[in-house]
Design a protein around this ligand. Structure first.
Ligand code: SF4
Length: 337
């Protein structure tokens, strides 16, 4: 009997992950590769994961790409290196597959900013509105939505609706305000936000720009409007990455989670990438939830197939409908194949 595992399993509901020692002599890159083959597992990782996790992933992407990969995979086990709502989305799309997440406590401040009870009441007050919800939300909120969107497809989804269609947009007020401005719509916004994208210091970014006048400021639309007004380019994580690959500039101040810099540097090694600083003592801006996942936790969750995402079937079916609509509109718009 593996006592360390039995204890870690017992403590899982409190800890959120298998808290047990990993043999330090193991090469985790090799072990994870072996486990992938043995278990016919696929590792889907978000761009905000630490560099080592990005390097062992089979697929690396933002929310839209990850949802699409989760939908089409033939693997028996999906190892989701990201946050809880992303692993939940994979489970919603793949009820028969095992979905594991290295740390169940890898949550999301944006998802937390929309509690299901309060959101249900809000929605009921506007019965003539349809609900478009950013994918960063819980399965309960998805089940109350008409269409899910990501920062990569939100404009196409809004454009697919008649101009006079009344819309509730949730949970991110910054992304909603940015889309209102860009499309001329007047969507009703839920008052939620992401702690990582709201904490950037405009003052520090502007002094960085002064010190690096040739650097372009590129930003995620979850950032506040006051920062977006200074950005040379605004886009989803994948759009920001693609922009730095093709754009002629040689330096960028990147206003989103710092994990994406690993891919930017890999793809354009001759360019300079400066993380936009937050309004605290740190020089770069990490998502504390994304960074709860480590290579050790990833290895353990693959080896022991825990913690696993479980979901009530009725909730899953209700949450799947708006995701299916998103994937359908994205396919129609040529955003995914
Ligand atoms: S960066 Fe923000 S939106 Fe993304 S997972 Fe972290 S808290 Fe959530």
């Amino acid at each position: 009997m593996n006592i360390a595992f039995e204890n870690a399993k017992k403590n899982l509901p409190i800890k959120g992950f298998l808290d047990m020692p990993v043999d330090p002599s193991l090469d985790l890159f090799v072990e994870i590769k072996k486990l992938k083959e043995e278990k016919n597992a696929i590792i889907l990782a978000h761009y905000y994961q630490e560099a080592d996790i990005q390097d062992v992933a089979d697929y690396l992407g933002d929310s839209l790409g990850l949802a699409q990969q989760a939908e089409k995979t033939n693997a028996d086990m999906i190892v989701f290196a990201g946050v809880h709502f992303m692993a939940e989305t994979a489970k919603i799309l793949n009820p028969t597959k095992k979905v594991v997440l290295p740390d169940l406590k890898a949550g999301c401040s944006l998802a937390d900013s929309a509690p299901a009870d309060a959101f249900k009441k809000f929605k009921e007050a506007y019965p003539d509105h349809i609900v478009i919800t950013y994918i960063n939300c819980t399965a309960e909120i998805k089940s109350l939505s008409d269409i899910i969107c990501t920062s990569g497809n939100v404009e196409k989804i809004i454009e697919s609706l008649p101009a006079d269609q009344k819309i509730i947009f949730a949970p991110d007020r910054n992304l909603g305000a940015y889309i209102n401005k860009k499309t001329g719509r007047n969507m009703l916004l839920w008052d939620g936000s992401c702690i990582v994208h709201e904490i950037f210091s405009l003052e520090k970014i502007l002094s960085l720009k002064q010190a690096n006048p040739d650097a372009k400021i590129i930003a995620h639309p979850e950032c506040e409007e006051v920062l977006l007004n200074h950005a040379d380019y605004i886009g989803s994580t994948t759009q920001l990455l693609n922009y730095t690959k093709t754009d002629a500039a040689q330096a960028y101040i990147v206003a989103t989670e710092t994990g994406i810099l690993h891919q930017m540097e890999k793809n354009s090694p001759h360019k300079k990438f400066i993380p936009a600083p937050p309004d605290n003592a740190c020089a770069c801006n990490d998502c504390p939830y994304m960074k709860l996942n480590t290579l050790e936790k990833l290895y353990l969750c693959m080896k022991y197939e825990l913690p696993e995402i479980a979901m009530d079937e009725q909730l899953r079916l209700a949450a799947k409908k708006p995701i299916d609509r998103m994937l359908e509109i994205s396919r129609h718009a040529g955003l995914i194949k």
